[in-house]
Design a binder for this molecule. Structure first.
Ligand code: PHE
Length: 346
């Protein structure tokens, strides 16, 4: 064979390999075919052995043709295998994976139920023209008790089981009422604010948590009467619980208000008939309120002869438990179990 014949035979082998490939259906078959063409016993190798016998100046062309055919065969084998694999994986997917299923949506966070209720309550007061203010959770005895007319050693202090940091000096605020004093001492009159925030008491049972949320309300101006207090709180309760819910003002006592009243609403669960939620009374207490005691106004250098005001403090957790019927323990709000929190996604 001369070099021209070798070159054209090599080209034929390349074409023949491509034709043979068509009947091969597995990677193993393809690799075997490739070995038959390129391996030690294959024709390409036999042709390569003839390289020594051809004139030196023609070796280059033949060598090039040898490399080309080897390249063509390898590339054709690899691409045939790729096509087989792709077909196999598509077939596998079609058999094992339901491509019509909807995708997995990443979970998105949501507001805590207490935040939802707190924002709703604050929004109602903001719509009535109240500003939103805040105060520190670590308070002094003065703001939490003294300035609010709790005399030293007065039993009223026992009403609020206090976490002291330094006995008689600093403590975790037991209510948001200290913000009343801070606001009256820092803002000019008239004052119309709400102060949402966390408070702490040594109390721990299904309806009491050592940490809970309150919203304080304070309005001071000339000519403010108990009728204003009733009007604002009734409007608030009707907005949050509905027009037809019954409420009552029940005489009570707080050292910093006179007169004082607690507000109860008709039990949402039993509509006033009496159940476990309302301890069979038919009523549920949701806030404390009253006309600001003149002594408290004087403590903040406000003339009680000229100005009057009212204040209220409402329990956000209690309202949230009523709003989301079926929450029987306040603890659920503070355990942060995602299965519970996920129920309040809006
Ligand atoms: N601070 C009182 C409490 O926590 C509630 C209250 C606030 C009462 C304002 C009257 C006026 O029980």
């Amino acid at each position: 064979m001369n070099s021209g014949e070798i070159v054209s035979r090599l080209r034929e082998l390349g074409d023949a390999f491509k034709a043979d490939l068509k009947s091969r259906e597995s990677e193993m078959d393809i690799r075997a075919l490739q070995a038959a063409y390129l391996g030690g016993k294959g024709e390409v190798t036999a042709l390569r052995k003839m390289l020594g016998k051809i004139p030196a100046e023609e070796r280059r062309t033949v060598g090039q043709a040898l490399n080309d055919v080897k390249d063509r065969i390898e590339k054709a084998a690899t691409s045939a295998i790729d096509i087989l694999k792709e077909g196999a994986s598509r077939e596998y997917l079609e058999r094992h994976v339901d491509l019509t299923l909807p995708g997995r949506v990443p979970t998105v966070g949501s507001l805590h139920p207490l935040s939802i209720v707190m924002y709703d309550i604050v929004d109602i007061f903001v719509s009535m023209g109240f500003d939103v203010v805040s105060g520190p959770e670590v308070e002094t005895d003065y703001y939490n008790f003294g300035a609010l007319n709790f005399p030293d050693d007065h039993p009223a202090r026992d009403m609020q089981d206090t976490f002291f940091i330094k006995e008689g000096r600093t403590l975790l605020r037991t209510h948001t009422s200290p913000v009343q004093v801070r606001t009256m001492q820092s803002r000019s009159l008239p004052i119309k604010v709400v102060a949402p925030g966390v408070v702490y008491r040594r109390d721990d049972d299904p309806t009491h948590s050592p940490m809970f949320l309150q919203i304080e309300g304070l309005l001071v101006d000339e000519g403010v009467t108990f009728a204003h207090l009733k009007g604002v709180l009734s409007a608030f309760i009707h907005q949050i619980f509905g027009r037809d819910v019954k409420l009552r003002f029940r005489p009570s006592f707080f050292p910093f208000t006179e007169p004082s009243a607690e507000v109860d609403i008709e039990c949402i669960a039993c509509r006033g008939r009496g159940c476990r939620l309302c301890s069979q009374s038919g009523w549920i207490e949701i806030l404390g309120s009253g006309m600001i005691d003149p002594a408290v106004l004087e403590e903040s250098s406000i003339d009680p002869e000229r100005y009057t005001g009212f204040a209220f403090g409402l329990g956000v957790d209690r309202i949230a438990m009523l709003r989301y019927e079926g929450i029987t323990s306040i603890k659920l709000f503070y355990e942060n179990d995602p299965r519970f929190l996920g129920c309040f996604r809006r």
